[in-house]
Design a protein around this ligand. Structure first.
Ligand SMILES: [Zn+2]
Length: 234
């Protein structure tokens, strides 16, 4: 968790600097901020799943890495403790509809209900909050009213298709860069193993793994309801 604490220290420092108009900071204080810090976000869809998600949470904790989980509502029953653990360990928890429906072209009432049911399940477990939405397959009708920010991705290794750890790691390392949002699914053992290898490789390159919300804020982006974000730059 030390990485996380350091990150918040940096954020607090930046906030102080901003509050002071950016001028009152002693010259050497800025130098204490890590040089060329690169941030990136891992996102996991379709869980939680007992065996795979638990192993992933263990691995992320060992590595001091944060991630974002977009949960399928009907998968939560029986894994409530994992969802509570996600939030307690600093991960962002979001909504991936109740039964993984395609929201693009859906009957508006059905779409709204699919989103609301998972929202209610998360509120019951984690309390009132803003549970961001990742529409299944990444699509939603433009005129659908959504009361939270939405998240797409910039790196998709199609892990669900290959189910091959080495192939997934290779695809992500090829396409990843600062502020990327990486799409994975924590319901496959191959993807969990790939995710942990990706964290190890990119941490060696100086990347810090943060939640999507943290990634946007680190880039000075204020997340807005109904807007779809594809990377840390917006
Ligand atoms: Zn999905």
């Amino acid at each position: 968790m030390w990485k996380k604490q350091l990150l918040f220290l940096c954020l607090a420092g930046l906030a102080l600097w901003a509050a002071a108009g950016g001028e009152a900071l002693p010259a050497d204080a800025a130098a204490e901020l890590p040089a060329e810090v690169k941030y990136i976000a891992l996102t996991f869809d379709d869980g939680p799943r007992r065996d795979t998600t638990e192993k992933l949470l263990d691995g992320l904790r060992e590595r001091g890495a944060s991630a974002t989980f977009f949960l399928v509502g009907e998968e939560i029953a029986g894994s409530e403790d994992l969802v509570e653990r996600m939030a307690a360990e600093g991960h962002q928890v979001g909504n991936h509809t109740w039964s993984h429906v395609r929201l693009g072209g859906a009957v508006p009432e059905t779409a709204a209900q699919e989103i609301r049911m998972t929202e209610e399940a998360l509120e019951e477990l984690l309390g009132e909050g803003e549970y961001w939405l990742r529409p299944p397959y990444g699509f939603i009708d433009a005129d659908m009213e959504v009361g939270v920010p939405m998240v797409k991705w910039s790196v998709d290794p199609r892990d669900w298709e290959s189910r091959d750890t080495a192939q997934v790691v290779q695809a992500v390392l090829r396409d990843a860069g600062p502020n990327a949002i990486i799409l994975l699914h924590d319901i496959y053992p191959s993807s969990v193993e790939a995710a942990l290898q990706i964290v190890d490789a990119l941490e060696r390159e100086g990347y810090w793994f943060v939640t999507v919300e943290e990634l946007l804020r680190l880039n000075g982006v204020t997340p807005e309801p109904g807007v779809m974000y594809r990377s840390g730059r917006g």
